[in-house]
Ligand binder design. Structure first.
Ligand code: NAI
Ligand code: MG
Length: 486
């Protein structure tokens, strides 16, 4: 049964309002392309209203600013409890709106609960230093919230992205205006309602659904927005970096995807490496920034590995994401489906060997078969560009030295992985590979305790980990002159 759609309006000052223009846009179920709901379409004027609300809520005398840090932490823990209470509903809504298979949506909620609790627990651990400056002075630093933050979300993991960015901003004491992706506005609205229920004062969290070029750009250009955190494409990330300097000087955090290399050495345990490599590229139909989309396999085991990878891909159960036994659902929309099918055609055209998959499934919805290409070469389009689809590209290599060089020959640097039983090989690889996260004998593990972010064009800054609040804080230095008289 379809989950109930409770919220479709703009959320400002803890209230639901229509867009000023009265416009709405349709949101779809990727399983069959049917319209789920009409959602208020926010534009520049709606962003202005939301930023004003967030700005008021950030005033030095506001309830939020005067609240004890420990109370902010308690509100976030309450929010975690409410997400846990509504876990089933949220997982169903996410799956319904973006096509993530239901079983994975449930795991995603199980993954975000510790994120909220970990980040929430940092609220009252924001501490400055006392500094031994020269002279008769007492000098110390304060860490203070940066201000109104614009949080621009992608459609591939809407709940996880909302939670990561919003809880970091709130734990730091900021206020936020969230712009969810136009494909997937629904769970952001449901989570905003839970934050209000948890006790977040009005104006602290505002959500404006709408499109990137209108609502998104209004946020990135707004002079009263102090910071933007964005997850999405490199193209838009670069636009945001420029927009951030036009009307004021916004702080920015960018997470922009990748073309992550996963290396399988001759000595790897294939019973582990094959399923991890598949998980790494087929999870969420390949719509993950950290997808293992360049799979380098060492020559001695290459044929054996390809055979096992094909067998694994063929065993994946495709179907309606709402069916709890389904392992592989649809791409998020027709645009993405066509884009991925275009890459598959390019792969064939440029001489990669299609081993399995490669086709759309049926005529309804946006399904693509788990696809494996062998004999992929570094200069082929499918080895260079982010596909964001269920396409495993397998490349052959001979030595660690060679594969390191090839792995690093990309403008991306989000993540990397290696399967080997040799400690020296593993450590040499982790030292030299250019990536923000490196997995050894596992892949795709994300954990709130460890920092996450990219080298090179994969992004700017880090999320998660002990320092996840720093991008939302300013450091203030105080120097007090001391009287020499005692
Ligand atoms: P996108 O980068 O255009 O959209 C992401 C978010 O940015 C959405 O909320 C969108 O409304 C907003 N946005 C778009 N243009 C904007 C602008 N000028 N100013 C402010 N906000 C703007 O990504 P899209 O078009 O959905 O996907 C294109 C490609 O991006 C994918 O094929 C994939 O390669 C990559 N991508 C990477 C993600 C990641 O996790 N790093 C997530 C989503 C997409
Ligand atoms: Mg786009």
């Amino acid at each position: 049964m379809a989950p109930q759609i409770k919220y479709t309006k703009i959320f400002v000052d803890n209230e639901w309002v229509d867009s000023k223009s009265g416009k709405t846009f349709e949101t779809y179920n990727p399983h069959d392309g049917s319209v789920i709901a009409k959602v208020a379409e926010g534009d520049k004027v709606d962003i202005d209203v939301a930023v004003r609300a967030a700005h008021r809520a950030f005033h030095r005398n506001s309830e939020w600013r005067l609240m004890d840090a420990s109370e902010r932490g308690r509100i976030l823990q309450k929010f975690a409890d409410l997400v846990e209470r509504d876990a089933k509903y949220l997982a169903e809504l996410e799956s319904f709106n973006n096509g993530t298979v239901l079983s994975f949506s449930h795991s995603m909620i199980a993954m975000v609960l510790p994120v909220i609790r970990y980040i929430g627990s940092l609220s009252d651990k924001i501490q400055g230093d006392t500094v031994p400056a020269d002279g008769e002075v007492f000098s110390y630093t304060l860490k203070q919230p940066v201000g109104v933050c614009g949080l621009i979300l992608p459609w591939n993991a809407p709940i996880a992205m909302f939670i990561n960015k919003v809880t970091s901003a709130l734990a730091a004491g900021c206020t936020v205006v969230v712009k969810p992706a136009e494909q997937t506005p629904l769970t952001a609205l449901a989570l905003a309602a839970l934050l209000a229920e948890a006790g977040v004062p009005k104006g602290v969290v505002n959500v404006v659904p709408g499109f990137g070029k209108t609502a998104g750009a209004a946020l990135t250009h707004h002079p009263d927005v102090a910071k933007i955190s964005f997850t999405g494409s490199v193209v838009v990330g670069k636009e945001i970096q420029q927009a951030a300097g036009v009307n004021n000087l916004k702080r920015i955090t960018l997470e922009l995807g990748g073309k992550s290399p996963l290396i399988i050495m001759n000595d790897a345990d294939l019973t582990v490496a094959v399923p991890y490599a598949a998980l790494g590229v087929f999870t969420m139909q390949g719509q993950v920034c950290i997808a293992a989309s360049r799979l380098y396999v060492q020559s001695d085991i290459y044929d054996k590995f390809v055979e096992a990878a094909v067998k694994h891909a063929r065993s994946i159960k495709i179907g309606n994401p709402a069916d709890p036994t389904t392992q592989h659902g649809p791409q998020v929309d027709e645009t993405m489906m066509k884009k991925v099918l275009g890459y598959i055609e390019k792969g064939k055209l440029e001489g990669a060997k299609l081993m399995t998959g490669g086709k759309r499934v049926g005529h309804e919805g946006y399904y693509i078969e788990p696809t494996v290409f062998a004999d992929v070469k570094d200069d082929m389009t499918i080895a260079k560009e982010e596909i964001f689809g269920p396409v495993q590209s397998i490349l052959k290599f001979d030595t660690l030295e060679e594969v390191l060089e090839r792995a690093n020959s990309t403008s991306y640097g989000l993540s990397a992985g290696i399967f080997t039983t040799n400690l020296n090989t593993a450590l040499q690889f982790t030292k030299h590979v250019e990536a923000g996260t490196v997995w050894v004998n596992n892949y795709l593990k994300i954990d709130p305790h460890v920092p996450f972010g990219g080298f090179k064009d994969s992004g700017l800054g880090r999320e998660y980990g002990l320092y996840c609040l720093d991008p939302y804080l300013e450091v203030k230095t105080v120097i007090v002159a001391l009287s020499k008289k005692l």
